[in-house]
Design a protein around this ligand. Structure first.
Ligand code: URP
Ligand code: ZN
Ligand code: ZN
Ligand code: ZN
Length: 472
């Protein structure tokens, strides 16, 4: 592994930006200094570049089973983490969905093994809490899971009949999370409202792909966010809301935080940078854009940016759940399997590789946020919330050498062919960006070089130990 010196860059953390050299040895940062005369086995000249902590994507779905485990997302832990690394992400937090006929606990152990065999960057796993009728003793498993490093659990308020839990289950789960120091997370959409609206659309023949967004209204999201906050507060639990898409929902979070509630929330690049207007006229090709909650009207975007600036939205993750438009060899038909009928389109969009470039462009290059805030959103805050800090999420002596040398003046065009995700389309295809990663190190290993060459074996990624969340 040896040593690496990253010289002459500007080290950007969430709270500072300073000119400094970074010395890496045996996977950790061992020194930071100005004008050093250090030598190392490998030197990266970062003149004119930023040195930032590796991205942490707190929301990915690699080889994620859907439709009763009959198919899965296109990227597995190998292809997905190779793509992540190319985009400057060195840690992912993925999800465990209970397999039929297997307990959540056993599923978790199997999935952790699978991720350890295939990942090229470090990973952690959030447990998805199944409805009680799928596993009556699930609370016992959750206790054991907390001991096994699953320091965050997600509850679905959407998808009735398969994944949705009721308010009683939310309360019991939140209460146990508080007791064990686990951070509960919610997919906040009112599943009954969405199901009812979906049925109304089907009954009136409005099943074209873009009606998905009509079915998943702003109200359904804002209602669920509000309810989750109230329920968490009633049992003294903190709360993390995943993939906030509606400015109305972000408003709920903003109000709650102003009232002192311990709630944090995430949004995703697709909600900031892509709009309903981009796909409403595409016919069946709109399937490429379908995810839940949906990509909303362009007029909604400014409210999300405002919430990112004020802190009501604390993190930017991808919710990477990529499906191909055309059938990949090893999987059943995906996005186009039921043209003209949105209820059967698999939900989810790719983006694990694009996240940092897209947020830099819309956020930093456009003057909405500064590079420190950028680092906080993509790395430091997720590290803190999910118990990875200060081992990850910061460029500091003693931290893992998960580092990105970032060119803030790149002139790069994102293309489907130029990215490494397995999906056969990219929502940002053709987008010109002015910031991009040029070197990516994971625990000191130089995975991605300026030439774009990649050096990292499947299985080198490690399960990331997680401590107590920093909830402040
Ligand atoms: O549509 C989405 N977001 N699919 C992935 C699963 C989820 O709900 O996050
Ligand atoms: Zn979700
Ligand atoms: Zn998701
Ligand atoms: Zn190099």
């Amino acid at each position: 592994m040896g040593s690496t010196l990253i010289s002459n860059g500007t080290v950007v953390n969430a709270d500072s930006a300073i000119r400094a050299d970074v010395l890496v040895r045996d996977g950790r940062i061992v020194a930071l200094g100005i004008g050093s005369d250090w030598t190392a086995d490998h030197v990266i000249d970062a003149t004119g570049k930023l040195v930032i902590p590796g991205g942490i994507d707190a929301h990915t779905h690699l080889e994620y089973p859907i439709d009763g485990f009959t198919t899965r997302t296109a990227d597995d832990f190998h292809t997905g983490t190779v793509a992540a690394a190319h985009g400057g992400t060195t840690t992912i937090l993925d999800f465990v969905k209970k397999e039929p006929g297997r307990s959540l606990y056993d599923t978790y152990l199997r999935r952790r093994d699978a991720a350890a065999r295939r990942s090229v960057v470090d990973f952690g796993l959030h447990a998805i809490v199944p409805p009680r009728d799928q596993q009556p003793d699930v609370l016992d498993d959750l206790r054991r899971l907390a001991d096994e490093g699953a320091a965050s659990w997600k509850f679905f308020m959407a998808y009735p009949g398969t994944q949705m839990v009721d308010d009683g289950e939310l309360l019991a789960g939140f209460e146990l999370a508080r007791e064990l120091g686990v951070l509960p997370m919610v997919h906040a959409e009112n599943g009954h409202m969405v199901a009812r609206e979906t049925q109304r659309l089907i009954d009136s023949g409005r099943t074209a792909e873009h009606f998905h967004a009509t079915a998943h209204g702003h109200d359904a999201e804002a209602e669920a966010v509000h309810r989750a906050i109230v329920l968490a507060e009633s049992v003294g639990a903190p709360l993390y809301v995943v993939h906030v898409s509606s400015a109305a929902a972000a408003e709920e979070i903003s109000r709650a935080r102003a009232d002192g509630r311990r709630v944090w929330a995430e949004t995703c690049p697709q909600y900031l940078q892509v709009a309903y207007e981009d796909y409403a006229g595409l016919g069946e090709r709109a399937a490429a854009y379908l995810c839940s909650p949906p990509i909303r009207e362009r007029s909604n975007q400014e409210g999300l940016w405002k919430a990112l600036v004020t802190g009501a939205l604390a993190t930017v993750a991808t919710d990477h759940a990529g499906f191909c438009m055309h059938q990949p060899d090893d999987l059943p038909p995906q996005k186009l399997r039921s043209p003209g009928y949105f209820p059967k389109v698999p939900n989810g969009v790719p983006g694990i590789e694009d996240r940092l470039m897209v947020l830099w462009e819309g956020g930093v290059a456009s003057g909405r946020i500064d590079p420190c805030r950028f680092v906080d959103l993509v790395s430091t805050r997720p590290a803190k919330l999910f118990g990875l800090f200060p081992r990850k999420g910061i460029v500091a002596v003693g931290a893992d050498a998960d580092l990105v040398v970032w060119d803030p003046r790149a002139d790069h065009v994102i293309t489907t062919a130029g990215t490494h995700m397995r999906t056969d389309y990219n929502l940002y295809d053709g987008m010109r960006v002015t910031g991009k990663p040029v070197h990516v190190l994971s625990r000191g290993d130089h995975l991605v070089d300026a030439s774009g060459s990649f050096d990292g074996a499947a299985g080198r990624g490690a399960f990331a130990e997680r401590g107590t969340p920093h909830l402040f």
